[in-house]
Design a protein around this ligand. Structure first.
Ligand code: SAM
Length: 441
């Protein structure tokens, strides 16, 4: 198969994202595979795609005075892609950026378009981009400067204050470190670090969790340690969830929203060969991912079922599980560093619709918990109404549960407030995340 030029591949991905064909991370992997892109080109493609997407609103602000009339979407994306390189990447000379942009425009269209692309980029080179100081409203300025929609910056400012919002928006522009969880049923963190170093990776211990490692160089998915089931790629915030569930040997645990199985497998590891985790997700193809992960990690105490967790009451007797986890489908506003497209497509209506689903799943999950058992609710989002609102809904609706103060490692303790934990991306450099526990009386 012919290899596609990296910039053209980036443009394809940007366009597909805008047409809502898929999420950026999935599209990137598909394009890398399809075009046999390898080594430094993978890094460049990732940087170009994520960088341009992350900075979309800022780039549009800069481009606006140079565009006389509306341009086709692919042309706008080509201009964004080129300007991103001109402004944020110092290793690529402007003349190379302009040359590539014009060549792509020529291949895709007629002379008029390539001339216009050339003209706009040259004008920006000559005149420079407009200053952000022209924006007087602080919320609007933060929105443009960090490329988050204004409604979201406004909402976060009302919920958490301007300073916290500013830090969050700025952190969302920084690529996260890859982190992994060591499968402690098979190895220790020290052993895995040595093995990975022998493979040429540069890794270090996580300062916040004893089973976590951080990769400073190299994609751990390609390591032998990963293939042999010694590690799972997982964000540190996600790893906190199984840590607060107070898992003990021989427990029966229900994971209501489990695919691809990051937390299911962590729970199974904590059960250390005893007990059982029953893992649900909506569709068979998603459940398959949990099975594959369990097999890779050599975990035999996991049972998977494709099921709508809004109907679990039809499948199990009441009060049958020691622990129940609802790692709910959510607005995902805590993972904007990994999925920048989310910030442009999620709306207030989405948050409300997701909350309704969360309420239904929690209502069913509540019935499943044994007396004295713990129900854990978590999301990878930062939104007070979605998270705290759901907690309040639950406590009001289920008086047989009480808010249960979560027990976290000492490094995370200062962040627990009112029994629950809202992690911001700037707190530890991990995903924005929310965790609350309820104990059945
Ligand atoms: C946040 S993700 C779960 C991530 C997973 N717990 C992990 O750690 O790998 C939420 C999951 O909920 C699933 N989901 C959404 N609605 C559901 C429902 N009604 N019943 C069961 N699963 C559902 C989605 O398919 C998605 O896989």
């Amino acid at each position: 198969m012919p290899k596609k030029n990296v910039r053209e591949a980036a443009l394809d991905i940007l366009e597909a994202i805008e047409k809502h064909q898929s999420y950026s991370n999935l599209l990137l992997n598909q394009v890398i595979e399809k075009n046999h892109i390898t080594g430094p080109d993978v890094r460049l493609l990732t940087e170009l795609t994520y960088g341009t997407l992350q900075r979309k609103l800022t780039l549009d602000y800069y481009l606006k005075p140079f565009l006389q009339k509306k341009v086709e979407n692919w042309v706008l994306n080509l201009l964004r892609l080129s300007l991103y390189q001109m402004l944020y990447l110092d290793k690529i000379p402007d003349r190379a950026i302009l040359f590539e942009a014009v060549e792509i425009a020529k291949r895709r269209s007629h002379r008029g378009i390539s001339g216009m692309v050339n003209g706009v980029l040259r004008a920006i080179q000559r005149k420079g981009v407009p200053s952000l100081d022209n924006i007087k409203d602080p919320v609007e300025r933060l929105s443009i400067e960090t490329s988050h929609p204004k409604w979201l910056v406004q909402r976060w400012t009302e919920q958490f204050g301007f300073d916290k919002t500013k830090k969050m928006c700025e952190t969302n522009l920084i690529a996260p470190l890859q982190t992994a969880r060591v499968n402690l049923t098979r190895s220790s963190r020290e052993e895995v670090i040595t093995l990975l170093e022998n493979e040429g990776f540069i890794v270090q211990e996580s300062p916040i969790l004893s089973e976590a490692i951080q990769s400073l160089k190299g994609n751990l998915v390609h390591s032998d340690c990963y293939k042999k089931g010694l590690i799972t790629i997982q964000d540190e915030s996600s790893m906190i969830v199984a840590n607060v569930m107070e898992i003990e040997p021989n427990q029966l645990i229900l994971d209501c929203c489990a695919a691809p199985g990051g937390k299911t497998t962590h729970i199974a590891e904590k059960l250390n060969g005893t007990g059982k985790v029953i893992a649900h997700d909506l569709h068979e193809h998603k459940v398959k991912l949990i099975k594959e992960n369990a097999e890779r990690l050599g975990l035999h105490n996991i049972e998977t079922i494709a099921m709508d967790s809004r109907k679990i009451g039809e499948h199990y007797p009441k009060n049958s599980f020691d622990r129940v986890l609802v790692d709910a489908p959510c607005s995902g506003l805590g993972v904007l560093r990994r999925k920048p497209d989310i910030k442009y497509v999620k709306s207030l209506q989405d948050i409300e619709a997701l909350q309704t689903i969360q309420h239904s799943i929690l209502a069913e999950a509540a019935e499943m918990v044994k007396s004295g058992g713990i129900l854990t609710y978590s999301t990878c989002t930062v939104d007070k109404e979605e998270n705290e609102g759901t907690v309040q809904y639950f406590l009001d609706r289920f008086p047989d549960f009480e808010a249960y103060s979560i027990k976290v490692p000492s490094t995370i303790e200062p962040f627990v407030q009112h029994y629950r934990l809202q992690i911001f991306p700037q707190d530890f450099g991990s995903d924005g995340f929310f965790i609350a526990c309820f104990k059945k009386k």
